[in-house]
Structure formats: C-alpha cells, structure tokens
Write a protein that binds this ligand. Sequence first.
Ligand SMILES: Nc1ncnc2c1ncn2[C@@H]1O[C@H](COP(=O)(O)OP(=O)(O)O)[C@@H](O)[C@H]1O
Ligand SMILES: [Mg+2]
Length: 366
Amino acid sequence: MDNSMKILIVEDELIAAENLSETLQDLGYAVAGIVDSGEEAITATAALKPDLVLMDIMLQGQIDGVTAAATLRYLNIPVIFMTAYGDRDTIGRAKVTEPLGYLVKPFKPQDLQATVEIAWQKHLGEMQQREELQKQQDANQLKSRFISQTSHELRTPLTAILSSSELLKHYSDKLSEEKKQKSYQRIESAVQAMTETIDELLLVSQADSGQLHFNPQPLDLTQFCLELVDQLRVGDRHKHTLNFQVMGTPAHTYLDQKLLGHILQNLLSNALKYSPEGTTVDFLLTYSASAIVLMVQDRGIGIPPNDLKQLFQPFYRATNTGKIKGTGLGLNIVKYCVELHGGKISVDSTEGVGTTFTVRLPVAGL
Ligand SMILES: Nc1ncnc2c1ncn2[C@@H]1O[C@H](COP(=O)(O)OP(=O)(O)O)[C@@H](O)[C@H]1O
Ligand SMILES: [Mg+2]
C-alpha cells in the first residue's frame, strides 16, 4: 500500500512495540520503523519522515517522550502519546507539547485507529490554517512592497511636473517656444502616467470588492480590435510590428466592451513593453462555433518558470523585468475581466524567447 499513512513507533518494550506494529499493519497503516529512545525518535523522524509518531512517554535514555515530542513539533510531525501512567505531572508536561492525541495502555485496535484518524485530521486542519496564514502574510508583503513601489512611481512623475512648472513659472520669458512646448509635454505625459497607475489601482480595488460587473452588449469585435491595434501602434511609435489577424467566420458577439478593452489593452501593451524594439507582436483573433480565442504572442524577454504561477496575483512582477516599469496589476485585472466573461486565460512562455497569452471566451448563450 503505497499511499497508506507511515507511522513511526517509539516504544522501549520490544514485545509491546512488535504487537503495536502488527496491529497497525492489520489496520492498513505502514510502519516506518520502531525505535526505543527519545534520541532515536528524533533522528529517525528526521531520516524516515513518517506521517505520524506514536510515542511512549516513559523511555530509556537521556530524554523521555515528552521532550522528544517537543522537538518533533518543529518538524511539523504529529505525535500521539502512549502512556500507562495516570501520573498528573507527566500529563501536565505532555500537554505543553500540544500532542494530537493520547492513548492509555492497554488500548484496543479500534481505539488506536480512532485516535490516529482524529489526530491526522487535526494535523491536516492545522497545516491548512498555517498555509492560509502564510498566504495572508505573503499577500500583505506583496501589498507593502507595492505601496513603496507605487509611491515611488507616483513621485517620479510628480517631480517632473513640479520641475517643469517651476521652469515655466520663473523663466517663461527666457524660454524658446520649443522649450516651452517640451515642458508642457513633460507635464502632460507625467499626468498621463499617474492617471494610468491610479486607474489600475481603482480597478483592482473595484474588482476585489466585487464592484466590477459584466455588462454584455452586441459588439463588432473585429472592428473593436482594429481600432485598439491602431491606437497601440501610435502609442508604440512604430517601435514594433504589431500584426493583427482574424481567423474563422466573424460572428455576432455579446461581450463587455469595457472589460474586453482592459484584457486586450493589458496583454498587448505588455507584449510591446516586454519585447525589444524591432520585434513582431502577433495578435490573433479566432472565431469558432463555441468560443472566441484571443492570442497575443511576442518575441520578448519571456517569463522565468518560477514566476509563472504567481503572475496573475496583484502586484506580482517577474524577476526579470529589470528597469522596465510597471505595477504588477495589469494581469490581475485581465484575469478578473476574463473570469467575468466566463472565460479562461493561459500563458506559455520561454525566458529569452517569448510569451504567448491565450484568452478563450465562450460564445454560448448568444
Ligand atoms: N508579454 C510578457 N512578456 C514578459 N513578461 C510579461 C509579459 N506580460 C506580463 N509579464 C510579466 O508579468 C508581470 C505582471 O504583468 P502586469 O500585471 O501587466 O504588470 P506590469 O505593470 O508589471 O506590466 C510583469 O511585471 C512581467 O514580469
Ligand atoms: Mg502590464
């Protein structure tokens, strides 16, 4: 039985240990090993990695079962104590190590089984709680990192605005018309950058609090994509070749234009942002009977495999972004918008080669 629970027996009475081992196997458990001292309990647990330890309290050697169990807690291995003693002191000490169960010797096989199963469930519950706590801590950490990053990102355009407006205020008569226009432009693009960051923040908080809704309307999707591609080409100042291609027979679609805009805007601008000048970005729209498939493929920096799993989490940015600016919010927004459409998003990427994002939106129910 490969996936049966592996139990380590810590018992210094040989016959009792062997009986217990047999009973456990009869009950369908695997016995990881039998040891007879507290010291061995610790080394064997580390070496054999049992799922659970059945620990006699009174043991030979320097340390007893209670002391050994205290150490095993750090290894996250659940311990059940076995004792023949009603000794209050021992039980009091045992409690401190938060064992997951007690068995008072002699015990019946069914008591053993019930105690093991209950202890195992408790252990799983504890592990789950710990995992959730860890997730919360990770999320908090991401948020703090984001706050410092965003503050920095908002400060940069603010500094540009301040210095340009100071220049215009104090040296207006000495500046050439061209220099004045440059200053105005710097202010404008700084305001634009800040507006984009703030818009993303608002969207994420709306999505998080369930305020982003799906409002499908009839939409000429091909036309919508064409216009978006034109806009992006202008914004990109033709640094890349942005190819748009349609496959299949265009169908009437009911989609949420606003959400779809967020999806495509983010995927396409990422593809442009994370690929070197002169490369090509392919944008493919496929109509099929059951779905609309939107594919954005670039030949850019790619995404390290370790970053792929967390990519859609708010504020998460891959480790290879270097000096390329961003908030890590775009893909989180994309994911929300795809899910509101009942669709699916997937990513396929090779570092240094390129990335393909594929969005599949169902067209059922038209
Ligand atoms: N086309 C792409 N090529 C390489 N990396 C990408 C691409 N799209 C997204 N990423 C990675 O995913 C991260 C999250 O994307 P996104 O949420 O849009 O945030 P950002 O504001 O950083 O662009 C990016 O920081 C980047 O590391
Ligand atoms: Mg982005």
